[in-house]
Design a protein. Sequence first.
Lengths: 135, 135, 135, 135
Amino acid sequence: MPYTLRRKVMFKDCDPARIVFYPRYFEMLNDTVECFFDEVLGCPFERLHQDHAVPTARIDTVFTAPSRLGDWLDITLTCIRLGRSSLDLAFAVRCGDEPRLRAASTLVHVGPDGRPVPWTGELRKALEYQIKGTD
Amino acid sequence: MPYTLRRKVMFKDCDPARIVFYPRYFEMLNDTVECFFDEVLGCPFERLHQDHAVPTARIDTVFTAPSRLGDWLDITLTCIRLGRSSLDLAFAVRCGDEPRLRAASTLVHVGPDGRPVPWTGELRKALEYQIKGTD
Amino acid sequence: MPYTLRRKVMFKDCDPARIVFYPRYFEMLNDTVECFFDEVLGCPFERLHQDHAVPTARIDTVFTAPSRLGDWLDITLTCIRLGRSSLDLAFAVRCGDEPRLRAASTLVHVGPDGRPVPWTGELRKALEYQIKGTD
Amino acid sequence: MPYTLRRKVMFKDCDPARIVFYPRYFEMLNDTVECFFDEVLGCPFERLHQDHAVPTARIDTVFTAPSRLGDWLDITLTCIRLGRSSLDLAFAVRCGDEPRLRAASTLVHVGPDGRPVPWTGELRKALEYQIKGTD
């Protein structure tokens, strides 16, 4: 069950070449993960980050076409694989029918000391439901 | 011939988990490319961007350990392969002996209309020298 | 007629002290100006910035209380005074009933060469309506 | 005794109008405070922020001329007044002889609960020395 965040390209996102500065895309992807945890998994970051965190362990990104000031982007997140304490995600950013970016990342669920801890309880159930739902 | 930018992790780079927020690493990598074009290739961005640009076409990144406020990072850029209008780069970020991040990216040299244009003249020569120098 | 943008404090906005890093507030204020030009004045930045710009000439800001990850902020913009080529704005940021920030800024309408140009036509009319509406 | 940080305007600082996006100036000012605490006061942020913080309570800023990609900026910080738990600062940003920005801010020294705590010990002494030195 893909989750989509719709977002306009703002002035702050753009560089002197008048296209999205690529580090800003990663802020958008992080916003998408954050909204997904809040709205879909029922685990907002202000609660999760009281004693845990979900740092990104790797991310592979292809930028297929530039995005310009004012473009409306659909940022789609799909849960791909759930590990003991990891989560593989796929991202697709589109403007209308035009693909702009594809990415694949792995998040790790860590505890207060920064070491991986298993996904458990309601959060694991919600993530498992996301994976099954995409089959 | 690897190029290294030495940079302290600043307050602005860090997130509520007190580690570098990963989109900020991409700002550091972009800074490194920019300093490399200026100091090594003799082609500062303020000149290059008058009529060209070097957007990133893809970047694959592995975050091997978190970086904390105050850490001194050595960000090393190595030219890997020079295409007609592309350039493959490898990045390694270390704090002392500890690896923090590895990345591989491809830049594309584009003209005013955003289409790829060949590397030519002094800039191509300088890039070729970098590639040969790494053999 | 005040305009309000409602916005959650995201992970990217927060610093290691777990509160909004103050430069991020200025991105929020800029977003608010941008949404106001688009939604209220009918002049989106992607059109305005084809040949004009509205740089900030000064901004005075008081931070009355910190904002935390997950807080919902109401960012209110009020047009205060319209000059020949300038615009005075007032901002108030609140979380529920609690004030977080007050700011007063002046924007300048500039042409392609960066020099001030008068507000004219529909844009001036829309701005005048905003000022009168606040009386 | 003014402290100056010299810094080139980088690609990441600039907006589609090809000038420094004003929220990025506040990142530069924060970097300057951070370097000043580290290099001049002998109190780096990685130590200070273990149990304290120095949030900005207000900042008034005038942008006198735009800065462009590649400009070298001299960012000068001067300690103006030391309160029980506050510190007034003045900033001037110049490119060569041309002024670009002036700002006046107040920082507050706070403890783990975010409440003001007096400047004490070596840090107060170092700050007092800065104030006297500017007479």
